[in-house]
Design a binder for this molecule. Sequence first.
Ligand code: ADP
Ligand code: MG
Ligand code: MG
Length: 904
Amino acid sequence: MTTAYVYDFTEGSREQAGLLGGKGANLAEMTRLGLPVPPGFTVGTNACRAFLRTGSVPEGLDGEIAAHLKRLEQLTGRRLGQADDPLLVSVRSGARFSMPGMMDTILDVGLNDASVIGLAKSTGRERFAWDSYRRLVQMYGATVLGIDAARFEAVLTRRRRQVGAGDDLGLDARQLAETVREFQAIIHAATGREFPQDPREQLRRAVVAVFESWNGERAAVYRRREHIAADLGTAVNIQVMVFGNLGPDSGSGVAFTRDPGTGRPGVYGDYLADAQGEDVVSGVRDALALDELEHLDPDSYARLRAHLRLLEAHYRDLCDVEFTIERGRLWVLQTRVGKRTPEAAFRIACALVDEGMITWPEALSRVNAEQLDHLTFPRFDADPDTPILAHGVPASPGAAVGAVVFDVAEAVRRAEAGEHVVLVRHETSPDDLPGMIAAEAVLTGRGGKTSHAAVVARGMGKVCVCGAAELDIDPEHHRFTTADGIVIEEGTVVSVDGTAGTVHLGALPLVASPVTRYLETGTRTPGIVDAVARCLEQADEIRRMDVLANADTPEDAARARRYGARGIGLCRTEHMFLGARRRLVEDMILARTDAERDATLAALLPLQREDFTRILAAMDGLPVTIRLIDPPLHEFLPDHTESAVRIARAQALGQPPNPRDLRLHEAGELLHEENPMLGLRGVRLALAVPGLIATQVRAVAEAVVARVRAGGDPRAEIMIPLVATEAELRIVRPEVERVLAEVRARTGIDVDCPIGTMIELPRAALTAGEIARSADFFSFGTNDLTQTTWGLSRDDAEASFLAAYLEQGILSVSPFETIDRDGVGRLVRIGVDQGRATTPNLRIGVCGEHAGDPDSIHFFHDCGVDYVSCSPYRLPGARLEAARAAIAARHNRAEPAPTEPQPD
Ligand code: ADP
Ligand code: MG
Ligand code: MG
């Protein structure tokens, strides 16, 4: 038989999921393995694609289906629609990727007013026959004819009520027969046509309905969320029906080869006696634990266990199956590599390695950073079905409890007094940082997953729910009002669930994650902690890229080390100018003479030296890349309007304004920039404020000296930000070298810091070949590179159009979350290639937010980047993904390894 579209279960295999869909390919695979699969065949996804393209069933498909159906009829000795002993089939959707419950399946096709009698006779069960017919007419009406399912449900509910029955089992054959006639009347009224009595018409239209369900709303939404392509189409499986509802020696169930919740080995699942498969899944009746089957039907149970063992060994992974027992005979209706929780994923991966079933690279390719993330955040212990105050974007997962506060000062004050607080803001800005640090969680009314609040909170491992637009936040009166009108005053305790994106009233109980405890303390316990630890150790062996941390304080540096950092790839110095030292920076900005400025710089020097010394100590023996000061000066000045108000108030009271206020106000005016992101910052600042670089470099060099004298092994590196042209480096670099040489001469200690640059402007990437002549290393600042490549500022974009872009599909993911491979990524590639053309072994890293993002990490690996540097909390995930990237790259390389036999 020449086939274009239709394949018997005996023809296919699991490699053919693209054509046969996951369900069809696995049904074929199980058939090949000799498992008891009811016979059937698969209409390929190519037929669906043709249908979706043209709007009609492709030529020849009907003929192929008829031919395969004939074979089924010969095999079973029954015919579709045969009046005495009819063949019934199911028509099941099944796409390339599992989309559970998203598309349609129609059971019991082949029944009509005559064959239902035949089925009753051949099985000896009248009630069963009418119940099957009832199911067919109902599913056909709702799915194929598109009639509102509620209309059928309403009839059933009314009938159940009439006889006082709790569920459908309370309806007898006569009542079910009447229900069928009512259903048929609904169909006639809605469509003007009778329910088709011709089983071939039923079949044909059911197939079309499955094709069409590909474009159903549910399926489309699911695909978008799971990033499944919209044009794959679904396969359709037509399979001989088996019946789990033929009495107490029949039943249906779902089984897993291991516990998908915890990964523990051992058969696990649900069983429902005297039921069809869909009754188990839909939860209409309470299922039994699978173990019960051992007592009910030991023979089927033993067989099932053997099948599960076979499947797990064959797929070398956790599998789940749907099975049905028809009068003591076991049938397997579906299998797939099963979905699992993050905990189960890690435990199963390790267990399968231990059992010799898979290798470590395979194990690591089955776990990921997202799952690891989930394991590191604390959770609410109780089922959080306490009333929900607000919903928002689950921006940074985890669970936190605290008193609501509305401003930074209050947050800091309460936190210092030992209270846990939740900072609530319309949105956050860098000014809120101290408050965010003080808070257990951040809740905002505006902004999405990459808003300032979200990014910073994730970086700090803080819980964050943002964009809770339904809240009316009123910082002035220190309260917010929920959609239900509940007013929450400052100090009220709430629970913020960053995993679910919800806020609850009161304190839900919390449990610390054992994985976090392990990362913080190294305490290793059996179970999930051991599994995670082993995977991370293996990842460190396998990865090519190094994983460093972004850390600005000695505390962060120490944590980064515990979390597996191989150094600091970005130590930002500007945070060291905040707090009490801010006044010194103000003085520096206000300085009128060189002497004034030198004095303030001299005051800063020892403070900076102390910072660097402690950070170098925490990272002894590992590189610490110190970036010279970057942000625009005006960020260090008080709010411009505030100073204006203070001055005006003084004038109104007839008092002379504070002279410092006046000068700060003036300076603010001078330094005000329409778009500070593009303004006086980075290397430009170094060139504009004489002495600033020298002070910072001196602080670094003297810290190195101090560490060497203390017997340490400091590895400081100096990094110049926001370089656009090699000319800038040609001026700054000698200045840095001069200071290093001076300290060397003065102390006799060899301070030899590599001097590198950030590549964070398109021009820098495009001229990286020249820049490499003056830089010892590159580090891509992908945040700024994304902003400048796209010509948008992150915070503005977040606040205005980014959400709309994502919704309209202009972007599929925020470019601040995952590197935009085609644009920004292209610049990264150019930068890497040009830099290495000048200096072949140029060390190249990435230190933007993207350095902790799994997809971006894979991209950087492929670009040949040497290391990624991310926030300490993202380190474990980055270690894992760097290894996964190396494994995937090995896998994707077309040429087989030399030791492997060549395919013939
Ligand atoms: P889904 O992909 O939503 O799970 P399925 O195609 O697996 O849809 O079918 C829905 C239910 O119907 C499942 O419980 C399945 O086991 C059951 N089912 C499907 N085909 C048959 C059949 N030929 N005999 C008995 N039950 C079936
Ligand atoms: Mg199924
Ligand atoms: Mg930058």
